[in-house]
Design a protein around this ligand. Structure first.
Ligand code: SAH
Length: 225
């Protein structure tokens, strides 16, 4: 399994520098509730990298992080995978800070931001992505709806989850055909504190959706399919 310690030291340093920038920016704006390096190394860095194996299994091409916030898991995964990356967030305030991070980290050219909802991006970059991630954004069925119009056939949605109840899983299964995606992998693990449980569920786009996507902005979250 890919971990922080197994990355080349140059990548480790960049990922640490990103965390330092996040903690510094967090002093003047509300980016994340995590405000120490120790906690950040576990709950941001280590956690983000949990999905690297899944990302590496996606076909070659463009990767996007939906609802990226301070750049998690998008920035560590961009650094560790070397993929061309879009960090997507509905809040301009967040993408402006991310633009500053990208410059400080020397990632201009590889990593860029999109200020707007995933539904809006789907209008201009329909079926352009081979991999998408989402952490702490929404329920599985909502993530599937947001991801489907952005993904190429064969593309993967990687969902970072904590607890998932049966209803969330059954709702995801119920809309598989409608959104043209099917569950592809599912694993549960503990982070190195031996306490934090993480579940990584991936979906593969196998068909075009049977309903028109994206719906109007906000609908996916307000009135789930
Ligand atoms: N992924 C980060 C941040 C989670 S908070 C982390 O795990 O730390 C969720 C973020 O998603 C917020 O920054 C919010 O602005 C953004 N967001 C919510 N709905 C969105 C949508 N439809 N499209 C893009 N971004 C969205």
């Amino acid at each position: 399994m890919a971990t922080f310690d197994s990355l080349p030291s140059q990548q480790q340093e960049l990922i640490k520098k990103h965390l330092d920038l996040v903690i510094e920016a967090n002093k003047t704006m509300n980016l994340t509730r995590i405000d120490t390096v120790e906690e950040g190394m576990l709950l941001h860095v280590e956690d983000s990298l949990v999905g690297l194996d899944e990302l590496n299994q996606a076909p070659d091409g463009l990767y996007g992080d939906l609802g990226t916030g301070a750049g998690y898991p998008g920035i560590p995964l961009a650094i560790a995978s070397g993929r061309e990356t879009t960090l997507i967030d509905a809040r301009l305030k967040k993408t402006l800070v991310l633009d500053h991070f990208i410059e400080e980290l020397g990632l201009v050219g590889q990593v860029s931001t999109f200020a707007g909802r995933a539904e809006l991006l789907a209008k201009t970059r329909s079926k352009r992505y081979v991999a998408l991630t989402a952490r702490a954004l929404s329920k599985l069925s909502v993530l599937m709806e947001l991801a489907s119009p952005l993904l190429k056939k064969g593309g993967i949605l990687i969902c970072y989850k904590a607890q998932v109840d049966d209803e969330e899983i059954s709702n995801a299964k119920r809309i598989e055909e409608l959104v043209g995606m099917t569950i592809n992998s599912d694993r549960t693990l503990k982070l190195s504190d031996n306490e934090t449980t993480r579940r990584i569920i991936t979906f593969k786009k196998i068909n075009e959706p049977k309903t028109k996507l994206p719906r109007q902005e906000g609908m996916a979250q307000k009135k789930p399919l």
